[in-house]
Write a protein that binds this ligand. Sequence first.
Ligand SMILES: [Zn+2]
Length: 376
Amino acid sequence: MAVDLDVALVDHHVHGILSGELDEAAIESGLMESTAPPPPGTSAFDTQLGFAVRRWCAPLLNLEPLAPADDYVRRRLELGSAEVARRFLAAASVSAWLVDTGYQSDAVTTPDELVALSGTPAREIVRLESLAERVIRSGVGADGYGDAVSSSVHGAGTAGAVGFKTVAAYRGGLALDPGRPAPAQVAAAAGRWLREIQSGAPARLEDQILIRYGIWAAIDTGLPLQFHTGFGDTDSRLARSDPALLHDLLLASQPAGTPVMLLHCYPYHRQAAALANLFPHVYMDVGEALNHVGARSATVLAEALELTPFHKMLYSSDAFGLPELHYLGAIGFRRDIAAVTGAFVTDGLWSAADASRVADMIGSVNAQRVYKLGPS
Ligand SMILES: [Zn+2]
């Protein structure tokens, strides 16, 4: 089946691109989840993602496909970051970015800057832990913390944010106590956190009671709540980021009906698929993984599609920093969904009309419905 470049895509979890000119080390770092540089004498280009950049991105810089990494970096520096960003972001041809603004927000473009570079509209996803850290630094007392977080979460929704994101996986893991914390517990935990900050600790939310409080405040809004799960950087303990650990919280949150969006999921994408199959309010994506597994991406997408109902999977790139990732995610998904569903059609298992309908659902229709974006 030919790749249908017309499949509309809503990138439901994405970040900005790094501002300013990037040197070679910054470009290599952008290809890795690890914050450490590659070992001496090796290159981050020697990965599935690095090969995919050389294969698919080089032509947009007027290089041959699979141009050597050194030539790629040299050409990228020659063109400059702004021109490179314009080329890749426009060529991604997505209809909306839903931007997580909570990670390295000083280093990357704002949603408005992303709109200006790409010509594509953007909506904001608010990260709960960053919001809590702003609240605790605002001068609020321990007793006022809970109400301040709740009104801040509610205010983000009324100010136009289309969803929330939690990095609980990075802050202790996903085996969360499913209960909603009582006000006295929240005040006591906020008091402990305030005392730590007063004694010089950074305002980084790690307290499990306060993390759960933020999650429940977001559930109360009814707006989709994204969970980082699976592969992430070294802060995230992989074994504690298995989405299956959320099972009790999913049971507890099911009556509210707030959509829970399991992000990335790899290598637990089959667990996430099972949860999306079982729980009416659970959705999943394999964004991020598809870029990082490169030539194996169609296999991972096919595995995720084994059990995930087609109305429960969404497209994302999870691109951060390098606009190559925004582009690769989009063209890779279009290529992979065509390959995976095309094989079902060839085998006489699916109709071509169903294959096209499923691509549309995963690409954009599900996101428009769940985030209430309206048609693109
Ligand atoms: Zn992300």
